[in-house]
Design a protein around this ligand. Structure first.
Ligand code: SAH
Length: 217
């Protein structure tokens, strides 16, 4: 069962959102979605008070739930339009997927670690999202059965641009991803210009867990 979302949690969330706004997030729809989704639902009970700090936090399996301001920035950079079809790589806790789904988008999210996938699925079943699908698999392969996508968000850092995912995007589609290795990463926004070309913007430095090949059972 989901924990309660009390006035105290809502107050903490409002405070977190004002910190996020101070860090340059202006998209009202992103802020509203993050106000709607109780981030503490994605934490184990003993760590609930950590949910409203602007920090990444361990979720087991050596993975982390992304820092709230990073979730906000990646989501804002996607420039979501109503009914956009969105592919997420790296479900993790499913917090980012829940934020995207609550904005009314059709969301497909892939996780390579079966334990995390199962846990996320169990949690998400308790929300009333009818346009969110969680898949177990290797994100490098994308989700051809659900393509083409308007937007792609990657929440683990690949060492090279995953071209199969660009192939699964529509023309003018946008991908937001951390790019690089353990020592150095940059958050990139890629816009697909044609079937053969894309443009690339460097947004800021960042640090994510690596995007790894294959699956973990
Ligand atoms: N979006 C998540 C953040 C998760 S951290 C959240 O909101 O909590 C990144 C996740 O990417 C990890 O769970 C990791 O297992 C997953 N991951 C890494 N490489 C992957 C791949 N090739 N395909 C799918 N998931 C991958």
């Amino acid at each position: 069962m989901l924990p309660k979302d009390t006035y105290k949690h809502q107050g903490m969330r409002r405070k977190l959102l004002s910190e996020i706004m101070d860090k340059g997030i202006t998209d009202e729809r992103v802020l509203a979605a993050m106000m709607r989704i109780p981030r503490h639902f994605f934490f184990e009970k003993v760590f609930i008070e950590k949910a409203y700090e602007d920090k990444a936090f361990p979720i087991g399996e050596e993975q982390t739930i992304s820092q709230p301001s990073t979730v906000a920035l990646q989501t804002q950079l996607l420039q979501l339009q109503k009914n956009d079809r969105v592919l997420e790589i790296g479900t993790g806790s499913a917090y980012q997927a829940a934020v995207l789904a609550s904005m009314g988008n059709r969301v497909i999210s892939i996780e390579r670690n079966r334990k995390l996938h199962k846990r996320a699925k169990h949690l998400i079943n308790q929300f009333q999202f009818n346009k969110l699908t969680l898949l177990y698999g290797d994100g490098y392969e994308g989700a051809p059965a659900y393509a083409p996508f308007d937007k792609v968000i990657i929440t683990a850092a690949p060492p090279s641009i995953p071209t199969k995912l660009i192939d699964q995007m529509k023309i003018n589609g946008i991908m937001v991803l951390p790019f690089g290795n353990d020592a150095q990463q940059e958050l990139l926004r890629i816009t697909k210009i044609s079937d053969q070309s894309f443009k690339q913007e460097v947004i800021t430095k960042c640090m994510f867990v690596p995007m790894l090949k294959g699956t973990v059972d």
